[in-house]
Design a binder for this molecule. Structure first.
Ligand SMILES: *[C@@H]1O[C@H](CO)[C@@H](O)[C@H](O)[C@H]1NC(C)=O
Ligand SMILES: *[C@@H]1O[C@H](CO)[C@@H](O)[C@H](O)[C@H]1NC(C)=O
Length: 163
């Protein structure tokens, strides 16, 4: 409950002028599901690998054009999650089926709002994400990627906005 209040407050205080490109990005239950599922995947076995991040860091202050690019780049990574990482993950967490439905909806909304996901297939960050994931091999890579769903979700929240 407290978390929800803080979350709602953050939304009101930080994003009052910016409209999300998908309403689902402002859904507190979706946020909570992404948070819970990431936490479950961040198990002690993978802790020594926390320095290795699959999703590259992006600088928070960007121009509006750069915002749109970062948004659509992560829409590309989101589609990779939907088509690969989360393909057979429904039993990982009770909230996973719901989160997948919500992420699919976000992906559709971003496409309808002008993201050409294919265009970002060869972007350095998208390529590096896929290469690091492949290097980690099999279930370890999948679990590591699931542990970064909260990062992916927060980047989409931050950058997929229209002013
Ligand atoms: C980002 O914003 C902070 C604070 O507004 C500022 O100090 C910093 O120089 C900015 N960085 C870039 C790369 O614009
Ligand atoms: C999307 O991007 C791809 C690759 O850059 C390009 O070939 C295609 O024409 C673009 N589609 C649209 C609708 O702009």
């Amino acid at each position: 409950m407290l978390l929800f209040v803080c979350f709602a407050w953050l939304l009101c205080s930080q994003h009052s002028s910016a409209r999300p490109m998908s309403k689902v990005l402002r859904n507190a239950d979706t946020y909570q599901a992404a948070h819970d599922i990431s936490k479950k995947a961040q198990n002690p076995e993978t802790r020594d690998e926390t320095s290795l991040r699959l999703i590259s860091r992006v600088s928070p202050n960007q121009t509006l054009d750069q915002n749109a690019e970062i948004c659509c780049l992560h829409a590309n990574i989101l589609d990779f999650y939907l088509l690969n990482v989360l393909q057979s993950s429904d039993s990982f967490h009770p909230a996973m089926p719901r989160l997948k439905t919500d992420l699919r909806r976000i992906s559709q909304d971003l496409s309808h709002n002008g993201c050409n996901v294919t265009h970002y297939q060869d972007h350095q960050n998208a390529v590096e994400f896929r290469e690091k994931l492949i290097t980690m091999q099999g279930q370890r890579g999948i679990t590591k990627a699931i542990g970064e769903i909260d990062i992916l979700f927060s980047y989409l929240q931050d950058f997929c906005v229209q002013n």
